[in-house]
Write a protein that binds this ligand. Sequence first.
Ligand SMILES: CC(C)(COP(=O)(O)OP(=O)(O)OC[C@H]1O[C@@H](n2cnc3c(N)ncnc32)[C@H](O)[C@@H]1OP(=O)(O)O)[C@@H](O)C(=O)NCCC(=O)NCCS
Length: 220
Amino acid sequence: MYRSEFYVYDQERPVPVIIRNYSNVDFDDLIKIQSECFPPPFPSELWWNKEQLTNHVYMFPEGALCVEVAGELAGSITGLTIDFDPSDKNHSWEEITDHGYIRNNNPNGNTLYIVDISVRPKYRKLGLGKLMMQSMYHVVIEKELYRLLGGGRMPGYHKKADIMTPGQYLDATIKGEVQDPVITFLLHCGRVPIGIIENYLEDDESCNYAALMEWKNPFR
Ligand SMILES: CC(C)(COP(=O)(O)OP(=O)(O)OC[C@H]1O[C@@H](n2cnc3c(N)ncnc32)[C@H](O)[C@@H]1OP(=O)(O)O)[C@@H](O)C(=O)NCCC(=O)NCCS
């Protein structure tokens, strides 16, 4: 099980933080956080429900992590293990995560796949998202997996869709010409784009596109 206690800095003020596995007692807060993190036009049917969260906790508890700030739940990250074939990158979020229910979790898989990461708006830009991602890198190393992988939404794309293809938008983000709220964050976390997926998720802001982004276990 995972538990790490330390401080982050809010301006010049150190704030106590815990990253730990989530459990049944956290479910109500986790659903509330999703509603704050994925407001309309994002479909509310895609917010967590208790059955999905129960599966996360029982099927792959190592991949069910949350962050607490001064005793309040501030965000979560969730993953499952899959057997990934790099020659076949095409998938939708629904297929690869079993619609978020992770009943397809494969204990013999080679890849930790991120189902979701969210940080409550009032706790953003404190480094919590990156710290949770790094906690998942620890899980990848501990389980001796080859990589961490996930489809990154590109919510800024709809503003440029009339002048750029999704590939051009991703390139511009990598060059630093465009700042995307999710892709730029993932680049800051050490994730590397390995392709674009269309029809990844019903997500108007991203025009249903996602960038498949990898972090390779440096020990494998
Ligand atoms: C994406 C998200 C998890 C980021 O969480 P966060 O805790 O605010 O991010 P962090 O503070 O850890 O940021 C880490 C780095 O990314 C950068 N970053 C974070 N958000 C950014 C943004 N909107 N634009 C540009 N850079 C950003 C930070 O500047 C920081 O850089 P540094 O490492 O050089 O200091 C959060 O914005 C969120 O919950 N969004 C809504 C849910 C969502 O879309 N999740 C992704 C699903 S694929």
